[in-house]
Design a protein around this ligand. Structure first.
Ligand code: 5GP
Length: 123
């Protein structure tokens, strides 16, 4: 899938629309999700034109991959989520219901989050 420079997170990165910023460095931007699914729900995005984790890990420079992953860890630490625990999630593609075609890692926390996926799944 080709990167769409008009996606909403690209516009946030360019400063064309606002966000509730949590963290920023040369590699990543983190901000609160507009429609939170947990008491803490933050999105971390890399500063680069990558649709998904597969695209990012195949094509991004090593420094950006390292910096982005460090930023995810820093944000979790900054939000005091490390000790109580938290969840990261990155949706990719149709089956995962990815809505915004710019790689983002969700960070959820602030309460016990329960099982990872549908506990009734039977295969
Ligand atoms: P996805 O389903 O692609 O993994 O998640 C996209 C996330 O982006 C959703 O949780 C949605 O609430 C969030 N989102 C969509 N548009 C905006 C926006 O304009 N600002 C912020 N902060 N979050 C957004």
């Amino acid at each position: 899938m080709a990167y769409d420079p008009n996606n909403i997170f690209a516009k946030i990165l360019r400063g064309e629309i606002p966000c509730n910023k949590v963290y920023e460095d040369e590699h990543a931007l983190a901000f609160h999700d507009i429609n939170p699914q947990a008491p803490v729900h933050v999105l971390v995005i890399p500063k680069g034109d990558y649709v998904s984790m597969a695209d990012f890990t195949a094509h991004a420079p090593d420094a950006l991959i390292t910096g982005f992953m460090r930023a995810v860890g820093k944000v979790a630490d900054q939000l005091d989520l490390v000790e109580p625990g938290y969840r990261t999630l990155a949706n990719a593609g149709v089956n995962a219901h990815q809505e915004v075609p710019h790689l983002h890692i969700h960070i959820f926390g602030g309460k016990p989050l329960g099982p990872m996926l549908n506990p009734n799944f039977s295969g």
